[in-house]
Design a protein around this ligand. Structure first.
Ligand code: FES
Ligand SMILES: [Fe+2]
Length: 427
């Protein structure tokens, strides 16, 4: 349970808010590279942490993320022409380069130098792993580039997608931390999804419906261990890292790819849910790519030309009551991510946490909320947040069997660490 005041603190991320200031200290994934694939391609409207911006790739391939609106009289530069060296407002022709600097005002004599004094707000961008990231915080505090494993594997090892989720980022993130719903809500997929079924892990998962949870602090967030009974007095562990501020990595099954997630606030009532699928040591195979491209596994089918899922609240997520009764889809909604999104959106745009009744299996959620809140308040006192460095980001999820007397974070061989050229630990 959170008071209204605490709920506001952890859910509001616009300019000047405590959580907004915290999130602005991280590199933020906001576009797939092919959304601005070519120099001088069409600009893209971007809303991030409640700020309205415009992204484009200029004639030299440089990425710009600038204020969406022209400094002259406020026209949206989305209508602008992306031409030689910048974006030109189609109303009176003011032109801006990738850094937001105004470079030309056709109606003013060049000698006046007036345009030199005009600059739009802009944020630096970088491209890593097929994703475009921006940093919206104070320039002097810019952290090193993102080091998550999915940003450094070869292109053929990865498949990334994003989808609109029509609710606050936090309830969506909490769904990623909350492993206790998986064996129930996603039970149909554990049996049928080609990227989940057939592993020893999914057999253990389905066989023990009373998992036990253990949570440990990690340098960049939490490690959430879930144990189930295995044979010979052993436990089967599935470990999900949560990395500040909004990343999780789903524990793997067999040799299937890993899947990272991020829930990035568009504004306080919408977020982008990212899925980063990757294999550390091999290219994704045709089966895997086929499933992912078709919106299967943890990806979703989108309305063409948009990032809104085909199944959405306007069509009740295409719920199939017959499948619900038969048990082939536990909730009747198809697909792991839409099962999650349907329930998370059903909580309302911003979940009212003053009305919830938490239980033991919500421990990781309580710890994550507490850690985010503390980091936001500590930042106001000048303390650098966790999760900014490679040590925090070069981690993996893992699944393994251990003797019952070995703690999950004492597993031999440091299975949660990225080891270049070595596959993830998974059964
Ligand atoms: S409003 Fe953009 S140039 Fe006039
Ligand atoms: Fe889920």
């Amino acid at each position: 349970m959170l008071t209204h005041e605490r709920n506001k603190l952890v859910t509001e991320t616009g300019p000047g808010t405590a959580m907004g200031n915290l999130f602005r200290r991280y590199w933020i994934p906001f576009l797939l590279s092919d959304e601005v694939g070519e120099p001088e391609c069409a600009p893209v409207r971007v809303k991030l942490l409640s700020e309205r911006l415009l992204a484009f790739r200029d004639s030299n391939g440089k990425l710009g993320l600038i204020d969406e609106f022209c400094a002259h009289r406020g026209v949206s530069l989305w209508f602008g022409r992306n031409e030689e060296g910048g974006i030109r407002c189609p109303y009176h022709g003011w032109k801006y380069d990738f850094s937001g600097q105004c470079t030309e005002i056709p109606s003013e004599p060049e000698a006046s130098g007036y345009c030199k004094n005009i600059a739009l707000k802009s944020y630096p961008c970088l491209e890593r792993g097929g994703i475009i990231w921006t940093y919206m915080g104070p320039p002097e505090d810019q952290p090193p580039p993102p080091a998550f494993e999915w940003t450094s594997v070869p292109e053929r090892h990865r498949f990334h997608s994003k989808r609109l989720e029509e609710c606050n980022y936090l309830q969506a993130l909490e769904g990623g931390i909350d492993s206790s719903h998986v064996g129930l809500l996603h039970s149909g997929e554990l049996r049928s999804d080609p990227l989940h079924h057939g592993s020893k892990g999914s057999d253990y998962h389905l066989a023990d419906r009373e998992p036990k949870f253990e949570v440990r602090e990690s340098p960049g967030g939490l490690n959430i261990g879930v144990r189930r009974n295995a044979e010979d007095e052993k436990y089967y562990w599935r470990v999900t890292p949560w990395i500040m501020p909004w990343y999780t990595i789903v524990p793997p099954y067999g040799d299937n790819p890993l899947h990272g997630h991020a829930w990035v606030p568009i504004d306080d009532e919408n977020c982008f849910a990212w899925t980063f699928s990757y294999h550390p040591t091999r290219p994704l195979n045709e089966l895997e790519l086929g499933v992912m491209r078709a919106g299967g596994s943890l990806h979703v089918k989108l309305i063409p030309g948009t990032f809104r899922p085909m199944a959405n609240k306007d069509n009740d997520y295409m719920i199939d009551r017959g499948a619900q009764k038969a048990g082939s889809a536990y909730s009747g909604v198809k697909g792991i991510s839409m099962q999650d999104a349907s329930l998370q959106e059903s909580m309302g745009r911003i979940s009212d946490r003053s009305r919830e009744n938490l239980v033991m299996t919500d421990k990781a959620i309580v710890m994550a909320r507490g850690r985010l809140r503390k980091a936001a308040l500590d930042l106001e006192k000048g303390k650098r947040p966790a999760g900014l460095d490679a040590e925090s980001q070069e981690v993996r999820s893992a699944s393994y069997v251990l003797p019952r007397d070995v703690a999950f974070d004492q597993a031999p061989g440091e299975p949660m660490k990225v080891k270049k050229g070595v596959a993830h630990t998974s059964i």
